[in-house]
Design a protein around this ligand. Structure first.
Ligand code: MN
Length: 422
């Protein structure tokens, strides 16, 4: 909640961005269902807000929906995701307020531990695994001089040990759920893939596919998916309840309803009426009447109340044939829209063959290849690589900022992209 405002507009009646209202509406539908059933327990998998310090009016919108669960005496677990964590210090600043206030029935999952919760239909054990950063499980000296991959391996072992401790204390008769905000290695990121590389640690699925868990509820990845098709146990990302950007255009949005007993979990994906995102892509470079082609292309799509982007390619000599006022009128039915003309004179620039679809999924590799092909940028390529590395690392672990500054005294990053963190 509170992200993607650029896809919305100001609602003059409420003074709020319509995208915030979308998220509230969708969440309210989800909670309507929880109350109508009624369910025995609600699990929230983390990343409530884009950061740990959302503005009070956004906090309030979130709280006023979850408040309805308190009123209905439905116990609720709020797990802390990476976006909820404060970049400095411990825990989840934006969610810990619920614990501080002592909201009845609310549990905040900001550490690896097991919560035994009494529901209307019996007890349940919830192991919470919040987003892990290097400092959560490791002391700094342990990781000095190690590569990211090596740190990741140590982190996996620490998590395995911590989970083992929790598992040993479980009551084997009571249904058990692992609720984790984790990046699992087999997750399908779709359009998020490029953005996700280099941002945080990846855990193997085998950590979670254990018979002591009856259900594994995951947060973090916005695309809904079940990582364990044999369902022993189901390992499920419900995905986000709304689309955050065009990368999620084709994803169905919803929540998961689970019937749980010891040794058995029946689950169902329940779709939510999320705001539609629609990309209209047209190449008019070969058209004698590019304007007509554009208007027809728009008319082919149902854009009513959708977030629309029109991307079209044209030649520079066609610019005069475009009536932009008419295009704006044609897009008027959309909830919001952007128009992105691309001149082919720009597109005609030779693409780098090294960056074909089959390779270069890593942004650092992509940047390195790009810089290798831009002799004019040679002087600043090393600082650029370093800055990029710092940006990618900073999202996960604030202490890397300190670590990265150490590289200032080191030889500049080499041009093969084989960067190592100190
Ligand atoms: Mn996350």
């Amino acid at each position: 909640m509170g992200s993607g405002f650029s896809h919305g507009k100001l609602n003059p009646e409420t003074g709020l961005n319509t995208r915030l209202e979308d998220f509230v509406n969708t969440l309210s539908k989800c909670i309507d269902q929880a109350l109508a059933e009624p369910v025995d327990l609600v699990l929230f998998g983390g990343d409530a807000f884009p950061d740990a310090t959302p503005p009070p009016y956004v906090q309030e919108k979130f709280a006023s929906q979850f408040r309805r669960l308190v009123d209905a005496q439905i116990p609720t677990v709020l797990l802390v995701g990476n976006h909820d964590q404060h970049s400095q210090g411990q825990g989840g600043a934006s969610l810990c307020i619920y614990r501080t206030l002592g909201v009845p029935g609310f549990v905040v999952g900001d550490r690896i531990t097991t919560h035994r919760i009494q529901t209307r239909n019996g007890a349940v054990q919830i192991i919470t695994v919040p987003w892990l950063t290097r400092s959560t499980l490791l002391a700094r000296p342990e990781t000095e001089g190690l590569s990211l991959a090596e740190v990741n391996d140590i982190l996996i072992e620490r998590l395995r040990t911590a989970l083992e401790g929790e598992i040993r204390r479980l009551d084997p008769e009571v249904p058990t759920v692992l609720l984790g905000h984790l990046m699992i290695d087999t997750a399908n990121l779709g359009a998020e893939r490029l953005l996700a590389v280099g941002k945080g640690f990846t855990m193997p699925l085998s950590l979670l596919t254990r018979p002591c868990f009856d259900y594994v509820a995951l947060g973090h990845v916005h695309r809904h998916q079940n990582l364990n098709k044999s369902n022993d146990p189901p390992v499920i990302y419900p995905g986000s309840i709304e689309r955050v950007d065009f990368g999620e255009e084709k994803e169905e949005k919803g929540y998961i309803k689970v019937s749980l007993e010891r040794g058995k979990a029946d689950w169902e994906f329940c779709p939510l009426p999320a705001r539609v995102f629609r990309t209209i892509k047209v190449d008019v470079t070969e058209e004698r009447d590019p304007q007509e082609k554009l208007i027809k292309a728009i008319a082919k799509h149902n854009i009513e109340e959708a977030v629309v982007r029109l991307i079209y390619q044209l030649r520079s000599e066609q610019i005069d044939q475009i009536d932009s006022a008419a295009i704006h009128r044609a897009l008027n039915q959309a909830h919001s829209y952007t128009i992105q003309p691309e001149l082919v004179s720009q597109l005609a620039r030779p693409r780098l063959p090294e960056l074909g679809a089959s390779s270069a999924t890593d942004p650092m590799e992509a940047l390195t290849t790009y810089l290798n092909n831009r002799p004019d940028l040679k002087d600043i390529s090393a600082p650029m690589l370093e800055a990029a590395h710092r940006l990618l690392a900073a999202d996960t672990e604030p202490i890397w900022l300190d670590a990265a500054s150490k590289t200032d005294q080191q030889p500049a990053a080499n041009t093969q992209g084989q960067l190592r963190l100190l």
